[in-house]
Structure formats: C-alpha cells, structure tokens
Design a protein around this ligand. Structure first.
Ligand code: ADP
Ligand code: ZN
Ligand code: ZN
Length: 748
C-alpha cells in the first residue's frame, strides 16, 4: 500500500493555527479515513492529542517525511463532515471572514454522536422453530439469564437495550455470549427518534392547487425534471398559498430520488406549518430546531444522511443537513433578517443556499410576500427567475382594508391614550361581534427607558451603554432589566440622585398595551406574546393555539404574532406605533418597517369575514407607511431602490462592517485606527469611521466600528483577507475581538 498523507484542520478556534497540518495516515486506518473524518492527532511540541478534521488526502508529503507525525486514531464519537460541506465551509470562510475551524463548526451544527439509550436495542435472530430448541438448551445448562431474555424476545422480537439491562437485569457479558451464539444482535443504530410521531402519518387535506399555483409548480418542477437548476423568487401575497406550492414542487423533486431542505424563520416553525408537510410526506419529513434535544438533533441528521427522511424543515442551520443527493432548497419568508447569522461567520443563508445548490445540483426557491430589496433586484435583472401569486388562495378572503391614523391629530383632539379614536371604535365593534383582534407593537418590555421625573436621572445598565427597561410581574412594576446583557435590578422606590419617589417609564411596549386594553375594555380576554411570555419550550405555540381556538378576544404581541398561524376569525389588526422601527438609524429600517406592516396586515381577513387594519403613526406621509397602507410592494420598491441607489447601499453598493471590541477603550481606539490605516490610501474604497458603535459598550466591552463601501463585493472580500492577515501577523491585537459583517442587517 502506498503511503498516504492527510491535511488536517485542528479543532481549536485560534487564528494562529488556522491552517492545515499534514499527517501520515497509518496503514490500518487508510480504509476508513476520508475527507471529513474526525481524527485524533498529536499536536505541538507536547504532542497532546487534539481533535481535527481531514480536509484533503494526497500521496505527496509537503515536507521532510521523517518529521511528519502520524494520525493517532479515528474519533469514534465524531461525525464525519462530508466533502460538500467542507467545501461549503471553505466558501463561508472566504466570503464572510472567520477561522476555518469556526466555518467547519457552522456547517456541522451537530458535531457529536449522541448515543441515547433509546436508540440501542436487542434484536432476536432466531425464527420460531429454533427458539424452542434453544430454550431447551438453556434450561439444560441452567443459563437463567439467557433463558429470561429469550422468553421475552419470543414475545417481542426487538427490546430496547435499557430495558434488557435494566428490568430484565441481563449483564453485558451475557449479551456478548448470546451474540456469539448468533441468537441475538445488539444494534447500536437503526432506530432514530421520530420527533414528529405525535402528528401521525400521511393524510389527505383535499387541497388541490389552483391555476395560479399550478403554473408556478409546473414551471419549477418542470425545469428541474428537464435538468434546469435555477434560483426562483416566488413573490406571493400573504395567504396566496405558498406552502402548498412548496409541497407540490418538493413532491416532484423527491420523486426523482432527491431530497429537500425547507428553511423557515424559527418563530414561524409552528405546529400548523409542520402538520401540512407531515400530512403529505408522513415520516419522510422531519424538523430541526433549537428546541430539540442534542440526541434528537443528531438523530434527524443521521436519518437524513441515510436517506430515511427526504424533507427537513428548520431554521438557518438546517441548510447544512447532510443529505446525500440534495434536489431543492426552499427559503420561506426569504426577506427575514434571521437568515443572516449574527455571530461570526456572519453568513447569509440565501447566498450559502445558492452555493450549496450549485455544488449538489439542486434548485432554490425563495418565497415572500415582501421580498428583500436585494432579491427583487436580482429577480428583475434576471439573476433569479421571478414567479408571482397575486391573489389569495382562499377565494372568499380578500386583502384587508387599511386606514392610517395620524397620531399628531389625536394629540390635538386631546386623546393622550395609546389607542386612537378610530381604533377604539373598531375594537368595540369587533368585541361586540365576537370577532378577534390582534394588536401589534414592534418592541418588547414595558418602556423605552426609565427616569426620574424630578431630576431627569436615567437608569442605565452598569455594564452597557444602554438605559434599563421596566418589567412587570403581574401588574406590579418590579424590576429594571438590560436587554443587552440581561442585568436586572429591583426597581428603586426613590431616585438615587434626588430621593424623589417619581420614577417612571417612557414609551410603550407590549406590557403597556396589555395594561391599557384591560383598563379600557375590562370585559375582553387578552393574551400577550413577546420574549417574556415565550421563554418556556412550547409557550409560543400554546399562546397561538389558545388564540386560534378562540380562548381570547385580543392578542397583543411583538413581531412574533405576525408569522405562523392562520387565524380565520381575526378581522381587525391594529398597529399601535408603526414608527418604532422606522428610525433605527440604519439603511434597512424602512424595508423592515414595510415588511412588518404588510405581514401584520396580512393577518386580517383570512377567513370568510373581510378584515380591517389600522396603522397608527406620527409619519403618515413617509413612503414606507403610505405604500404599506396600499399594500403596494412595487411602489415601495421603487422608492427604496432610488434611495439606496442614491446613497450607495446594497444592492447597488456593498458594505463591510469591521466590528471591534476590547475591554480597554484606549487600546480599542489604537486597534481600530490601525486597521483603518490599511485602507486609507485606496481611493476606490469609501471608508466611514472608525467611530464608536451606536451602543458603545456591552457587557463591559467597548465597541467600535469601521465601514467600508465598494460596488464590487469581491474587492471587499479582498480587503477583509488583508485585514485578517494583518491582524494575525501583528502583535498589537491581543485582547481585541474583530469580526466582519458583509451587507449588515443592522447598524453597529
Ligand atoms: P402564504 O404562506 O402564501 O401566506 P398559506 O400557505 O399559509 O399562504 O395559505 C393560506 C391559506 O390558504 C391556508 O389556509 C391554506 O390552507 C389555504 N390554501 C392554499 N392553497 C389552497 C388551495 N389551492 N385551495 C384551498 N385552500 C388553499
Ligand atoms: Zn431624581
Ligand atoms: Zn447590560
């Protein structure tokens, strides 16, 4: 056998060793080591054993053969990354900036085998005629334990391992002996948790696609059947039935022996959505999300790898499901900012999906009622194929009637409450008709900030450069909380500066809306849904189900209530303060506000009764409010496009944010100036900063940022590489955390 060498990435997040190291593959391991195998290797002078991933194998040593160390062993509990995912990791490292080790961690959301007791089992190998003979033999030999197990297995051919060693009290020696006699086999694998078993199997829903839906299905599936692999943007109004379209397309793609990944924002991954997939695909579909246990997540990926499931639904990380022959990636609500990772590598699932599809011969379907400006731009210029569903699927349902209330006028009329007169009237009307209402506010907690009304002292977090927010327990205002680091303190009775007892919160949040509803509509039953009421595992689902089941008249919530369930009895949606997200000091704030308003409006009138939407705002003439009120995406896009083109923002220009943190401010300033000087003499790049981040300190770390702008994305990648190289070589960046963010979703 010829000698083989493996290039290995050490599994330590440390820039200095973020390169491959060559090792000799011992002969006895040659058959089992391949690209992606997790191995143990002696590393450094001490030869401590470290974990690493094989990323390449060759016959050529790159340096002195005698000095090349040998791989120690293959990690049993490790999961092999397949070659495609390793190539994807390399793409992520290059495009978004990170260590190779972190990029590998990203493409392998499940890194370890989790041997739950439940997936180990004992199976009987004898048929019934042999059982009697074998029992006789055991009786003769007085092998009581063996006899005990065999008589159980005679009843039930497969018994979970933990039952065998537990209740039946069979030792592992006995099991090994029986395995050697070929009576039983202990299977370590072969049974993987079905996390959706409670949903049952295939059930017909009787829904057949309408003409518009069928045309979209035929286009995408037809292309795929003819070997055309494209990226499609499906622009379908809220309620147009995009889910059924995805299901039908996937059905045809998996009929060709391929698999499907469906990405959904985590909060939209509800019972209702999953149930529809389950009805069609039975146990061929599974889910992935952060609420599954480690073992459950491992099982789902393992089932995918073996082809036991063909469809997986999950958030961003499901993109890395190790399907052997991926055929399609669907990204629902493709405009959602959660598709962008907010920790390094800060990759965008849409771009990585397109890359993965290209590598595995899959197509990509992006779906949204309000496509991201980037995607719509790409669809108009032909990069993506544009498909449209302009009507609601349910013929009885029509788009809601929207009215805009100018809150400045309310103030003039002497209404200082949070509900305009118009909204109040409509609420009274709906409550009397026993129809349901959703009230939407894009902020959580009680108040913007808390201050002393006598001296103006503002309560701030001791660890962050932000003010604290007031929270309730029941109806009692009891604590002040930092939304950035989680710091909490009891709400003081008097101001620490002037001893005044007049301490109060300003601004509005979900809790205040709930409080006001209870005050002004004492008969109404109210549910509230925000970060605070959905901390527990299934609370999100529970609140939505209660509301869908008519257990409450009014649902108050943040953007969370905008996605997911189809509420047929909701005929009024109120947006309490549409402006809250409009002045986030960030080039995407108009887009985000337009999306939220349109999606929220899309909740009304899904059933037989028509719906109404009230948008309360201080800026009724802002284009994003005006176009949202008309539910006119094209008009919004036109305005937004002009604005982005003029001010040079994506998709017309690309932005790279170099974000840096340090616990010493002076050091941080020096580091940021140092990095900025790398780019100062390049006239083709536009530099903004360095400057303090909007929130200049979090968790006792100071934060600064540099923005680089260029029309050519690859130029920015090149600069990122230069910065990475410089930081690695220089001694001056100890204690400084640097991360890169291309076309960021928020300002720093
Ligand atoms: P979207 O995701 O586009 O907002 P959904 O997929 O949630 O829309 O569908 C909206 C509603 O229309 C759902 O209640 C769904 O069951 C229903 N629906 C979709 N397609 C059809 C159809 N062809 N016939 C009848 N009802 C449909
Ligand atoms: Zn005071
Ligand atoms: Zn804090």
């Amino acid at each position: 056998m010829s000698v083989k060498y493996a290039d290995i990435i050490i599994d330590i997040s440390h820039e200095a060793i973020d390169r491959t190291f060559q090792y000799k593959v011992p002969e006895h391991l040659q058959k089992i080591i391949g690209i992606g195998t997790q191995v143990s290797i002696p590393f450094g002078r001490s030869n401590h054993l470290r974990c690493g991933y094989v990323v390449a194998i060759s016959n050529e040593p790159v340096f002195d053969v005698d000095k090349i160390k040998e791989i120690d062993s293959v990690k049993e509990e490790g999961i092999a990354a397949n070659g495609e995912l390793i190539a994807l990791a390399a793409f992520i490292k290059e495009q978004y900036g990170s260590t190779m080790s972190n990029a590998l961690k990203t493409v392998m959301p499940v890194k370890e085998k989790v041997k739950g007791l439940t997936n180990k089992q004992v199976r009987l190998l004898l048929d019934s005629s042999d059982i009697t003979k074998r029992m006789e033999l055991y009786r003769k030999k007085n092998a009581k334990a063996k006899l005990r197990l065999l008589s159980e297995l005679a009843e039930e051919k497969i018994i979970p391992y933990n039952l065998v060693t537990g209740r039946l009290n069979i030792s592992s020696n006995t099991l090994t002996a029986m395995e050697n006699e070929s009576v039983i086999v202990v299977e370590e694998e072969g049974y993987y948790r079905d996390v959706l078993s409670h949903l049952g199997g295939v059930k017909s829903t009787g829904e057949t696609p309408n003409g518009e839906q069928q045309a979209v299905i035929d286009r995408v599936a037809g292309d795929y059947e003819r070997g055309i692999k494209d990226t499609y943007l499906l622009k379908g109004v809220t309620g147009s039935g995009k889910t059924l379209v995805y299901i039908e397309i996937i059905d045809r793609v998996i009929a060709m022996g391929r698999q499907a990944i469906v990405l959904i924002p985590e909060i939209a991954l509800t019972y209702q959505t999953v149930k529809r997939f389950r009805n069609r695909f039975g146990n061929k579909v599974t889910i992935m999300n952060s609420r599954l246990s480690k073992g459950e997540r491992y099982d789902q990926f393992e089932k995918a790898k073996r082809g036991e499931v063909s469809v997986i639904i999950g958030p961003r990380s499901a993109l890395f499901t190790p399907f052997p022959k991926l055929g399609i990636i669907v990204i629902d609500e493709e405009h959602e900012s959660t598709y962008k990772s907010d920790y390094p590598p800060k990759y965008h699932a849409r771009e990585v999906a397109i890359k993965r599809a290209e590598m595995s011969g899959a197509c990509v379907v992006l779906g949204s009622a309000t496509p991201s400006v980037e995607s719509y731009y790409n669809a108009l210029n032909g990069e993506y194929k544009l498909l449209e569903l302009p009507n609601r699927a349910n013929r009885k349902a029509s788009l809601a009637k929207v009215s805009v209330v100018d809150l400045r006028n309310e103030l003039k009329l002497g209404n200082r409450g949070i509900f305009s007169n118009h909204l109040k009237e409509l609420m009274t009307d709906r409550l009397s008709k026993r129809q349901q209402i959703m009230l939407f506010i894009n902020r959580r907690g009680f108040a913007g900030f808390v201050s002393c009304r006598s001296c103006g002292h503002v309560f701030k977090c001791p660890h962050c450069d932000v003010s604290l927010t007031e929270h309730f327990k029941g109806t009692v205002r009891e604590k002040l909380v930092c939304h950035y680091c989680g710091y909490e303190q009891k709400k003081p009775k008097v101001c620490p500066k002037c001893q005044s007892p007049y301490i109060a919160g300003f601004g509005i949040g979900t809790q205040k809306v709930e409080e006001q509803v209870k005050l002004q509509f004492p008969g109404a039953k109210v549910l509230r849904m925000d970060m605070d009421t959905t901390r527990k595992k299934d609370s999100h689902e529970k609140i939505l189900s209660l509301f869908a089941g008519g257990e409450a008249d009014i649902l108050v919530g943040t953007q969370m209530i905008v996605k997911g369930h189809d509420f047929s009895n909701v005929t009024l949606v109120g947006m309490i303060a549409a402006d809250l997200t409009l002045f986030d000091n960030d080039y995407r704030s108009a887009e985000r506000t337009f999306d939220l308003l349109t999606q929220a409006a899309g909740r009304a009138g899904r059933g037989a009764f028509s719906g109404e939407v009230v948008i309360q705002t201080y800026n009724p003439e802002h284009y994003c409010i005006e176009t949202a009120a008309k539910q006119d995406y094209e008009a919004f896009y036109e305005e937004e496009r002009t604005y982005r083109c003029m001010l040079k923002y994506p998709p017309f220009c690309h932005v790279l944010a170099v974000f840096m943190e340090h616990d010493k401010y002076d050091e941080l300033v020096r580091c940021t100036e140092d990095i900025a000087s790398l780019f100062k003499h390049r006239d083709e790049v536009h530099i903004i900063g360095p400057c303090d981040a909007v929130i200049s300190r979090v968790n006792d770390l100071y934060r600064r940022v540099i923005y680089l702008k260029h029309e050519d994305y690859d130029k920015l990648v090149f600069m990122k590489n230069q910065a990475e190289e410089y930081i690695e070589k220089s001694q001056g960046f100890k204690g400084c955390r640097v991360s890169f963010d291309f076309d960021p979703m928020h300002s720093y």
